[in-house]
Each structure stands twice: as structure tokens, then as C-alpha cells.
Design a protein around this ligand. Structure first.
Ligand SMILES: CC(C)(C)[C@H](NC(=O)Nc1cc(F)cc(F)c1)C(=O)N(CC(=O)NO)CC1CCCC1
Ligand SMILES: [Zn+2]
Length: 185
């Protein structure tokens, strides 16, 4: 299982390296990695397991964060209707997006960043995404709200981008045009 010591922190070069497309059919190692990443999120959100293993509760985890340059990430979070989203996205892409942007009013954090960095992180408010499941099935989803923000945060990791790269240095709480805080659509 993945523990906090397996999650690399900012300064590690892999966080700034672009990950490579995964080939199908997945190797046993790739399947195991995909499983372990989702398992981390589930464990981290389970009070007993997170307490027992000292896991920081997370809603998303990208392969770069466990020092693997494979284009895959796991998401485990509830959507705006309280539906549980739980999947591993392989070779994910944003195929279209809204003009409007949104941002978490409390700013973003990251399992690979052990400090808090104030500021709004502009994200597309609505995205249409495509990715493959571990079994090679192509999925197409339309996301908004927290799932849309998390998908973009994780996809950034696969491209070596950190959330704070998007914060306006001069005015971290700058509200970019055509944007609204999450939850206040
Ligand atoms: C870094 C951490 C703060 C643990 C963050 N959790 C999180 O944002 N939880 C959360 C936020 C809400 F607004 C509502 C809610 F229900 C739960 C997280 O898991 N990540 C995952 C990560 O670091 N992936 O690489 C960072 C988030 C920033 C935006 C989306 C994911
Ligand atoms: Zn992150």
C-alpha cells in the first residue's frame, strides 16, 4: 500500500517532469500502481486507516506524486449531487471546456506540498474529458464543481505543473475575468 513516505514532495524533479502515455494492455506493474493509487485515496478518507497509517486525506493522486512518469491519476470524491466518483484515469485529456472559470475560495493545497500557499487557482468551471480505464475502455465525462477542479489539478501533475503556478504573484486573490468561486454558481 502507498504510505506518506511514498509521496514525493516539491523539489523532487519528477514533479516537474511530463509523464508518458501508458500502453495497453497495461503491464502487471501499471495495474498494481493504478490500484494502489486509488486504494491510497480510499484509505486516506477512512478515519481508522488514515489514523493507523498516518495518511493525509486526499481526493486525488497523480502518478508523478509516487515518482512514476505514467499518465494516470486516481480521483475519489463526491460530486455536487453527493454521487461518489472513484476511478483511475489513464491517458486523460480535456476535450473541451467552458469559457467561465472557477476557483476554490479557500485556495488549493497538494499532497506533495507541505506548506500552505494562499491565492486563487483559476480552473475551467466545466470540462468534457476523455480517458481510458485500466481495462482499456474509453470513457467520456462532463465534469463541473469539485470534480472538474480536481481533474484539472491532477492532469496538471502529469504535465509537471503545480497548482501555485496558476496563482497571480502580484495579486494572489485576483479574480480572473469570467470566473466565480466554487459553490456560488
Ligand atoms: C491536498 C489536500 C488539501 C489534501 C486536497 N484535499 C482537498 O482539497 N479536499 C477537499 C477540498 C474541498 F474543497 C472539498 C472536499 F470535500 C475535499 C487534495 O487531496 N488534493 C489532491 C492532490 O494534492 N492531488 O495531487 C489537492 C486538491 C486541490 C484541488 C483538487 C484536489
Ligand atoms: Zn497535487
Amino acid at each position: 500500500m502507498i504510505l506518506m513516505e511514498d509521496i514525493i514532495r516539491e523539489g523532487h524533479p519528477t514533479l516537474r517532469t511530463k509523464a508518458e502515455e501508458v500502453k495497453f494492455p497495461l503491464s502487471e506493474d501499471d495495474r498494481a500502481l493504478a490500484h494502489d493509487m486509488l486504494e491510497y485515496l480510499i484509505n486516506s478518507q477512512d478515519p481508522e486507516a488514515s489514523q493507523k497509517y498516518g495518511l493525509r486525506p486526499g481526493v486525488g493522486l497523480a502518478a508523478n506524486q509516487v515518482n512514476s512518469l505514467k499518465r494516470m491519476f486516481a480521483l475519489h470524491l463526491e460530486d455536487d449531487n453527493g454521487e461518489q466518483l472513484s476511478f483511475v484515469a489513464i491517458n486523460p485529456k480535456i476535450v473541451s471546456h467552458s469559457v467561465e472559470k472557477t476557483y476554490l475560495p479557500s485556495g488549493e493545497g497538494c499532497l506533495s506540498v507541505d506548506r500552505s500557499i494562499p491565492g486563487f487557482v483559476p480552473r475551467y468551471a466545466r470540462i468534457t474529458v476523455k480517458f481510458f480505464t485500466v481495462d482499456g475502455e474509453e470513457k467520456k465525462l462532463r465534469l463541473k464543481g469539485m470534480p472538474a477542479v480536481a481533474f484539472q489539478h491532477e492532469l496538471d501533475h502529469l504535465n509537471g505543473i503545480m497548482f501555485y503556478d496558476h496563482i497571480n504573484e502580484a495579486n494572489p486573490f485576483d479574480q480572473v475575468p469570467n470566473s466565480f468561486p466554487l459553490g456560488e454558481e
